[in-house]
Design a protein around this ligand. Structure first.
Ligand code: HEC
Length: 106
């Protein structure tokens, strides 16, 4: 009986820890979405497909996560993509990279 209780509380604990980890992940995802909506949707649209001002459709981007991060940091000033490296924190740039990678339809 005692053993069962022990296993039960262990299960409950695992469940609780999973829950907080998940919440944290979705908080990070939301952060990326907020940053994207604030800075990027004007050209790329909410789903990344807008292509306003010559922007590329992000849902079909072939860039790796590293290349996406560089594209956001350096932009493409001659073609109209602003550089965000100096405007945003590293953490925010990473969140944007993850969000943009998530827009790619695989
Ligand atoms: C003023 C319009 C504009 C805004 C705002 C803008 N972009 Fe862009 N973006 C562009 C253009 C134009 C290109 C194409 C550049 C090129 O052809 O080299 C581009 C290209 C990209 C690419 C490269 C895609 C690929 O597959 O090569 C990424 C990634 C990207 N943008 C992400 C973002 C993110 C993230 C933001 C917000 C932080 C953002 N952009 C804001 C116009 C914009």
């Amino acid at each position: 009986m005692k053993n069962n209780l022990f296993i039960l509380s262990l299960l409950a604990l695992t469940f609780l820890t999973c829950e907080t980890a998940e919440n944290k992940n979705s908080q990070v995802a939301n952060q990326g979405q907020l940053l994207f909506e604030k800075n990027c949707t004007i050209c790329h649209g909410k789903d990344g497909k807008l292509k306003a001002s010559g922007a590329l459709d992000l849902s079909i981007s072939k860039l790796s996560p590293e290349e996406t991060l560089l594209a956001i940091i350096n932009g493409s000033p001659q073609k109209g993509m602003p550089a965000y490296g100096a405007r945003l924190k590293q953490e925010e740039l990473n969140q944007l990279r993850d969000y943009v990678q998530g827009l790619i339809v695989k």
